[in-house]
Write a protein that binds this ligand. Structure first.
Ligand SMILES: Cc1ncc(C[n+]2csc(CCOP(=O)(O)OP(=O)(O)O)c2C)c(N)n1
Ligand SMILES: [Mg+2]
Length: 372
């Protein structure tokens, strides 16, 4: 990219305070815009009857990209939740990978077409599979952080969830344990003001989830989720603290949910037109775009090229996933139970037709594809 060279000399250096150069800022913006474009395409495909279910990250992308940018790809770990599309893409999943999950294809790296749509995970990128019972991932992430500490790997584990999920009992146990043992752990709450149709005032008796951090003796930080750079800085600080052995941080990013809870939800039943219009003003995508334009980083030529590139990526991902085969029905029970059987006796449903090596991942590209 040539943004650094194209930027007008007199323009303020937007990323200076965050320690980011123009090329990085542009790459971050590209990721926010790409995740949005993939997400928008998913809704079109859902309405066209091509994919069964969408649970969207629209309105959360700025926080997810900002926070994830501060992690070390391929080294640290993330336990994401169902809105973490931009987070998973920033950490290494491609638009094709996301679409393969939406289409539940055999080559879907998240689960080989087994998981509910939106339950992303990719062992190649240290992305733990999303669990449907909400908030269970926080204990998984804390377990990963504990393992990292014991092994001395200098890895950090991060988990993300909504403010509704943050009220689950698991969260208390996880934060308490992580704080006591000073684990390399970051807890991101993406507060979008709703848990399905339940507004935040009926979920929490305090305005900020971050206030609860004090009860664990760890830092609790509130950050504007529409401010990508502020999210990056908050995460960088938390990750440095975690890596230094000083323990976890709770970051609460105030985001917005631009869509219904899912493609099965009609938010006009519980949100007014005025409220939804106001929420659009809290969207990180146009805000980041305006920042980059004003700083001379996103020139008309760069923007036009980016728009074209993103459209091509989304079309390619859609066409690729459309063309991939479904999983073999005979393998439906694979990866449901442990496949490292203690004896040679196959389970009642067998190891899979014509397959004498359970768990070999012979159905190319499935979740076993990353190898052990
Ligand atoms: C243990 C459990 N309880 C309830 C649900 C159903 N459920 C799925 S998402 C959700 C709301 C979560 O709200 P929030 O944490 O604010 O996340 P958001 O969807 O707003 O991003 C609920 C209640 C579930 N999947 N698991
Ligand atoms: Mg919520």
């Amino acid at each position: 990219m040539t943004a650094t060279r194209q930027r007008a000399k007199a323009a303020p250096h937007l990323g200076a305070a965050a320690g980011l150069d123009d090329d990085e800022l542009l790459a971050m913006y590209r990721m926010v815009a790409l995740a949005r474009a993939v997400d928008e395409r998913m809704w079109i495909l859902n309405r066209a009857g091509r994919i069964p279910f969408v649970i969207s990250g629209q309105g959360h992308e700025g926080a997810q990209v900002g926070v994830t940018w501060a992690l070390r790809k391929g080294h640290d770990w993330i336990a994401p939740f169902y809105r973490s599309i931009a987070m998973c893409m920033t950490f290494g999943m491609s638009a094709r990978d996301i679409m393969l999950a939406q289409y539940a294809r055999a080559s879907d790296p998240s689960s080989g077409g087994r998981q509910m749509p939106g339950h992303y995970g990719d062992r190649r990128h240290n992305l733990l599979s999303v669990s449907s019972p909400v908030a269970t991932q926080i204990l998984h992430a804390v377990g990963i952080a504990l393992a990292a500490k014991i092994r001395g790997t200098a890895q950090v584990a991060l988990t993300a969830m909504g403010e509704g999920l943050s009220n689950q009992g698991d969260v208390h146990e996880a934060l308490n344990f992580a704080a006591i043992h000073k684990l390399p752990f970051v807890f991101l709450v993406e507060n979008n003001g709703y848990a399905i149709s339940v507004p935040a005032v009926m979920e929490l008796a305090v305005p900020d989830v971050a206030a609860r951090a004090a009860g664990y003796g760890i830092p609790g930080v509130v950050v504007d989720g529409a401010d990508v750079l502020a999210c990056y800085v908050a995460a960088k600080t938390a990750i440095e603290r975690a890596r230094a052995g000083d323990g976890p941080t709770l970051i609460e990013a105030k985001v917005t949910r631009l869509t219904g809870h899912s493609s099965d939800d009609q938010q006009t039943k519980y949100r007014t037109e005025e409220e939804m219009a106001l929420e659009k003003g809290r969207d990180a995508l146009p805000r980041f775009r305006d920042q980059l334009r004003a700083a001379g980083i996103l020139t008309p030529a760069v923007e036009a090229a980016l728009t074209e590139e993103i459209a091509a990526i989304v079309t390619d991902a859609t066409e690729f996933a459309e063309g991939e085969p479904d999983p073999e029905p005979s393998t439906a029970m694979r990866w449901v139970y442990a496949e490292d059987w203690p004896s040679e006796t196959p389970p009642p449903w067998g190891f899979g037709e014509g397959d004498d090596d359970a768990g070999s991942g012979s159905e190319g590209g499935g979740p076993a594809a990353g190898g052990d």
